[in-house]
Design a binder for this molecule. Structure first.
Ligand SMILES: Cc1ncc(COP(=O)(O)O)c(C=O)c1O
Length: 483
C-alpha cells in the first residue's frame, strides 16, 4: 500500500461522513426498538446461524465505507437482541443511555491507555471523579477505588485485597505459605465469587455457601455458625461476602447486621453490589442498603442499574490504603519514584488491567446530564415495574410468585393445571423457549430449591404494565397449546 492509501485509513473526512451515516442508522434503530416495533430477536439456532459466518479473512478490501454501513444495517443489527425493546426483560444488562454510548465512541477514538496519569490525563481525572462520587454515595468520606471491566473483575480485585489483608506474605510466597483461608457467602452469591476463590489458588471449596431464608437473604444464624466452625478448625475467614441484589432473585442480604458482625470479629466485609448498589442513589430505595457503608469493599456495576454500555464496574474501598492491597507487585517501568506526586493518580497500582479503557467518561457524563435524581429515577421506575408485576402475578390465576421482589427482579412460574413437579419444570422451560424462539418476550430462567422458575429483570423504563399483561397472556396461551 502507498503511504497515501495508509493515510486514507485514518482520514478524518471519511470518519465524519461514515459517522453521520452510522449515527443516523443507530438513531433509527433506537427509535424502532423503543417503540416495540422492532423485532425483539430473530431466533436462529447457533449452529444454523453460524453457517453464514464462515468466510475466509479478506486478503484485500471487500467493502466500501458506505457498503460497510449497509452491511451493519442488513446483517448485524437485525441479528442483535433488541436491548431497548420493552419486551427485553431477561437479564441485568442495561438498555444503555444513548449519550453514554456516544461517550464510548469518544473513549474508543481517543484510546487513552490509562496505566499512568501521563497516558490519559483527563481519563485518569475523570475516573477519580467518578470513583469519588460513587464512594461518597456509598457513605464514605475517604473511600477510593478503580473502575474495572465488569463486576466479576471487581469482585476479584476486592477479594485479592481481602486475601492480602488476611495473609500479608501471600503475594510473595503463595497460598501454601498461609493457613487455609475461607470465604463465606450466600448460596445465591454470584458465581464469580467461587471462581475468584479458585483463581486465587484457594480452591473453589474455600468458598463456604451459607443458606438463605425464604426471601433469598443470607441466614445470619447460619453465617455465624459457619464462621465459628471455621475458627474451631483454624481456617481463617478472609472475607464475608454479602450480596446487594442477588443475581437470581434480586434479594439483598441484611447488610447492617452482617456489617456489625464483621466489625465485631475483625472480618473483611465485601458487598457485591454489582446489581443493586445503585439503589444508594435513590431516596425511595436507599434504606434497602442500610449498612453498606460498613463494608471494606463494594462492587458496583455501571452497566446494570447505571444504564451504561458494557463494560464498566467499580470496585470501591472504604480505606484508601486497602485499595493498594490487591496488587502488591512492583513493575519498575510503571511504578518508579520518578513519578513523584503523580503516583497517587496512577491507576495501575489498583487494577488488573495494564491498558485500560476510558470508562469514566460515560459515568461522569450521565451524572452531569441527568443528575443524581435523574439516574435514581431510572432505578425507581424499574423497581416500581417489578412491584406492579408481582401484584399482577399474585392476582392472576395459575401463576405463582417465588418471593416478593426486593429490586427489579421477579421470579415466577405458571402452573395452569399441572401439579407434577417434573412436568411443571419442563413447562417453564418450554414457555421460555417458545417466547424466545418466536421473538415474543425475552425472559431468563433460574433453578431455586430444585425447581425451575421464570425470571424477569425489568431494566427498560419503556416497559409498561400493558406489556406485562401481554406477557401473561402469551404464557397462558403457550401453556394451553401444550396441554
Ligand atoms: C451480583 C452479581 N455480581 C457479579 C456479577 C458479575 O458482573 P459482570 O457480569 O459485570 O462480570 C453479576 C452479574 O450478573 C451479579 O449479578
Amino acid at each position: 500500500m502507498t503511504s497515501s492509501e495508509l493515510y486514507q485509513m485514518f482520514d478524518s473526512e471519511q470518519f465524519r461522513s461514515s459517522g453521520h451515516a452510522l449515527i443516523d442508522l443507530l438513531a433509527a434503530q433506537l427509535t424502532h426498538e423503543l417503540s416495540g416495533k422492532a423485532e425483539l430477536i430473530h431466533w436462529q439456532p447457533p449452529v444454523e446461524a453460524a453457517q453464514s459466518w464462515q468466510q475466509p479473512m479478506p486478503e484485500v478490501a471487500e467493502l466500501s465505507h458506505s457498503d460497510f454501513i449497509t452491511w451493519l444495517q442488513e446483517e448485524i443489527l437485525p441479528r442483535n437482541l433488541a436491548m431497548h425493546h420493552p419486551h427485553s426483560m431477561a437479564h441485568q444488562a442495561a438498555p444503555p443511555l444513548p449519550m453514554a454510548a456516544l461517550c464510548d465512541l469518544v473513549a474508543a477514538l481517543c484510546n487513552q491507555a490509562m496505566a499512568l496519569y501521563e497516558t490519559g490525563p483527563a481519563a485518569t481525572l475523570l475516573e477519580h471523579q467518578a470513583i469519588h462520587w460513587l464512594t461518597t454515595a456509598v457513605g464514605w468520606s475517604h473511600g477510593t477505588g478503580v473502575l474495572t471491566s465488569g463486576g466479576s473483575q471487581a469482585n476479584l480485585t476486592a477479594l485479592l485485597a481481602a486475601r492480602q489483608h488476611a495473609a500479608a506474605n501471600i503475594w510473595q510466597e503463595g497460598v501454601t505459605a498461609a493457613p487455609p483461608l475461607r470465604i463465606l457467602a450466600s448460596e445465591l452469591a454470584h458465581y464469580s465469587v467461587k471462581r475468584t476463590a479458585a483463581i486465587m489458588g484457594l480452591g473453589a471449596d474455600a468458598l463456604i455457601s451459607i443458606a438463605t431464608d425464604q426471601q433469598g437473604r443470607i441466614s445470619l444464624e447460619a453465617l455465624k455458625e459457619a464462621h465459628t466452625a471455621c475458627q474451631h478448625r483454624h481456617e481463617p475467614v478472609m472475607a464475608i461476602v454479602a450480596t446487594a441484589g442477588c443475581t437470581a432473585t434480586g434479594s439483598i442480604d441484611p447488610l447492617q447486621a452482617i456489617g456489625q458482625y464483621c466489625q465485631a470479629h475483625g472480618v473483611w466485609l465485601h458487598i457485591d453490589g454489582a446489581h443493586g448498589a445503585a439503589a444508594v442513589l435513590s431516596n425511595q430505595h436507599a434504606d434497602k442498603l442500610q449498612g453498606i457503608h460498613l463494608a471494606d469493599s463494594v462492587s458496583w456495576d455501571g452497566h446494570k442499574l447505571l444504564y451504561m454500555p458494557a463494560t464498566v464496574s467499580a470496585v470501591l474501598f472504604r480505606n484508601t490504603a486497602d485499595s493498594y492491597l490487591s496488587f502488591a507487585q512492583e513493575a519498575s517501568y510503571l511504578f518508579n519514584d520518578e513519578h513523584g506526586e503523580e503516583t497517587d493518580f496512577n491507576l495501575s497500582y489498583r487494577t488488573l488491567e495494564c491498558t485500560k479503557r476510558m470508562m469514566a467518561l460515560k459515568i461522569v457524563a450521565a451524572f452531569k446530564l441527568y443528575g443524581r435524581k435523574g439516574m435514581a429515577s431510572l432505578l425507581d421506575h424499574v423497581f416500581a415495574l417489578a412491584e406492579q408485576f408481582a401484584v399482577m402475578l399474585s392476582s392472576t390465576p395459575g401463576f405463582e410468585l417465588l418471593m416478593h421482589p426486593q429490586t427489579n427482579i421477579v421470579c415466577f412460574r405458571y402452573h395452569g393445571n399441572v401439579s407434577n413437579t417434573a412436568v411443571l419444570d419442563s413447562l417453564q422451560v418450554h414457555i421460555r423457549q417458545q417466547l424466545l424462539h418466536r421473538g415474543l418476550f425475552h425472559l431468563s430462567q433460574v433453578e431455586i430449591n430444585n425447581s425451575i422458575w421464570l425470571r424477569s429483570v425489568f431494566m427498560n423504563p419503556q416497559t409498561q404494565p400493558a406489556h406485562q399483561q401481554h406477557l401473561l397472556q402469551e404464557i397462558i396461551a403457550i401453556a394451553r397449546a401444550r396441554a
